[in-house]
Design a protein around this ligand. Sequence first.
Ligand SMILES: [Zn+2]
Length: 59
Amino acid sequence: MAYDNSRRDRPREFFTATCSECGKECEIPFKPTQGRPVYCRDCYRRMQPERRPVRKPRF
Ligand SMILES: [Zn+2]
């Protein structure tokens, strides 16, 4: 399988943004949205909540 290789070759558009958490300049693979915080990879990872079982709302 050469799937992993083709993934790397593919040019991706990156946008430069300033991390809302640490203020570092970072590149993100999506267009930064105004009014929404942008996080660098490190901060984004830190922000990820630990895996929790999702509770369905009861009706
Ligand atoms: Zn950051």
